[in-house]
Write a protein that binds this ligand. Structure first.
Ligand SMILES: [Ca+2]
Ligand SMILES: [Ca+2]
Length: 471
């Protein structure tokens, strides 16, 4: 994902806030659970951005349709105007894409920006829904047309809604997009099969093919243009796929069973989903990495788990089922394995739907009253994990051209040494490396090699680690 410099800076500020309250993570004790408010009987939490701002929907008594809400750490819960369907997204600018009833039987996507509501229009029909929202404010989704077909659309600020066409059939649907405005989804072909597509501004809609079967479906795309989804194979079973411009569609395989499906890909090309294991009686969450292939993330005691999101630190969230049958939100990290995120007091069931780059997870939990609460879980990182998270951020800044490669290498080397020392309990050399890191940042800020705001954030983050481990 190509983030703007603004996005990166804002992201670092939020990281600082998290680091200041961090303690070691090794178990559920290091995860906090916050009840953001009541969702009533059916509501859902839908999305969290990198500032810990959360959106979702609920159905208050007497209201037809979903009322969308925005929860922010600063101002708490805010019901957004109108009512609509259960589609709602928030980006790092704090803008919200949703949809609203605009008349009898008519639903249109809208953009909410600091209290201003902008209708995004439609492709001629009465029904349009947003399904993806990016950091430059573009919205992708699908809309009915004058002819009564359903077509994928792309809406760009300042431009009219664009019909992305189809693969030759009468229907297409957008599912995800990246910050370059590349859209993926699926469309009917002239042969009436459903195929995954990639739409780009320069190339239009492209058929991504299948794994040998008749249908495929794309679920996500990252900033590198890598696409994941599911496809039928020549053997007639569904497998997770990864598509790249260079390699085309490749089969990600399974955990030994016949079936797999992929739901999310991060900026490092890591993929999550679920797969059946030998015998096909069990379905387990997986993490697929370019180096290690498909890894079984386990379960919470039953035969089923499903991973739905992975952030750029390789932290995974999804749904696990207990041996007693209740669903539970889980987080999986390389440091902890799969952890049950638990429920609000008196609850039995919970589910996780999204995670941001700071380990903040959103979802819902039932409560002792039987209502659902919107939930924010925060995973607290160890000092070594915090240092490694900073390495990831600095590398991304170098990739984006905000930092020179030489500067970034010097900084990441010091953090890497500090993290290794912390792993071994050697706090004195770790603190020396962190101080050297701060000195390098300060030196690079003087000639402007590191922008002032960014430099201040990096120093704050390093200082937060030192406050925990240094004398
Ligand atoms: Ca999100
Ligand atoms: Ca993704």
């Amino acid at each position: 994902m190509k983030r703007t410099t603004f996005g990166k800076l804002a992201l670092l500020s939020a990281a600082v806030a998290l680091l200041l309250m961090a303690v070691p993570v090794s178990s559920q004790d290091d995860i906090t659970i916050t009840n953001l408010g009541s969702l009533g009987s059916y509501g859902r939490t839908a999305d969290v951005n990198n500032h810990g701002q959360v959106v979702g929907w609920h159905e208050p008594p007497g209201v037809v349709g979903a009322v969308h809400f925005l929860w922010t750490p600063e101002n708490g819960w805010l019901d957004l105007p109108g009512s609509g369907l259960s589609y709602v997204y928030v980006n790092d600018l704090g803008h919200v894409a949703a949809n609203e009833y605009v008349g009898a039987g008519s639903v249109m996507p809208t953009l909410w920006e600091n209290g201003q509501v902008t209708p995004l229009g439609h492709l001629g029909g009465e029904f349009a829904v947003p399904r993806a929202f990016n950091e430059v404010g573009q919205v992708a989704g699908d809309s009915t047309t004058v002819q009564g077909e359903c077509h994928a659309f792309l809406w760009t600020p300042g431009a009219a809604m664009q019909d992305l066409g189809t693969l030759g059939g009468t229907q297409s649907k957008a599912v995800a997009m990246n910050n370059s405005g590349w859209v993926v989804g699926d469309s009917r072909t002239a042969g009436a099969n459903n195929h995954a597509f990639l739409w780009t501004p320069s190339g239009g809609m492209r058929d991504l093919g299948t794994l040998g079967g008749s249908y495929s479906r794309a679920y996500d795309i990252n900033g590198l243009g890598q696409v994941i989804g599911g496809s039928s194979t020549a053997a007639g079973t569904d497998h997770a796929f990864l598509w790249t411009a260079k390699g085309g569609m490749t089969d990600l395989g399974t955990l030994g069973g016949s079936y797999s499906a992929a739901y999310d890909i991060n900026e490092a090309g890591q993929v999550v989903g679920w797969s059946s294991i030998p015998g096909d009686a069990e379905r387990h969450a997986f993490l697929w990495t370019p180096d290690g292939g498909m890894r079984d993330l386990g379960t919470l005691g039953s035969t089923r788990s499903r991973a739905t999101r992975v952030n750029n630190n390789g932290q995974v969230v999804g749904t696990g089922w207990l041996a007693t049958g209740e669903s539970r939100a889980f987080v999986w990290t390389p440091f902890t394995g799969m952890l049950d995120l638990g429920t609000l007091p008196g609850g039995q069931r919970s589910d996780a739907v999204d995670i941001n780059e700071h380990g903040q997870v959103v979802g819902w939990s039932d409560t002792s009253t039987g209502e659902r609460g919107a939930v924010l879980w925060t995973i607290l990182l160890t000092p070594a994990e915090q240092a490694r998270s900073m390495i990831g951020t600095i590398s991304a800044l170098a990739d984006d051209g905000v930092l020179k490669a030489g500067t970034a290498n010097g900084l990441t080397q010091k953090l890497d040494n500090a993290a290794s020392n912390l792993d071994e309990g050697k706090t004195r050399p770790a603190c020396g490396q962190l101080r050297a890191f701060v000195n390098q940042v300060e030196a690079a800020m003087k000639p402007g090699s590191i922008p002032a705001d960014l430099g201040a954030d990096l120093i704050d983050s390093a200082s937060a680690i030192m406050a925990q481990v240094c004398e």
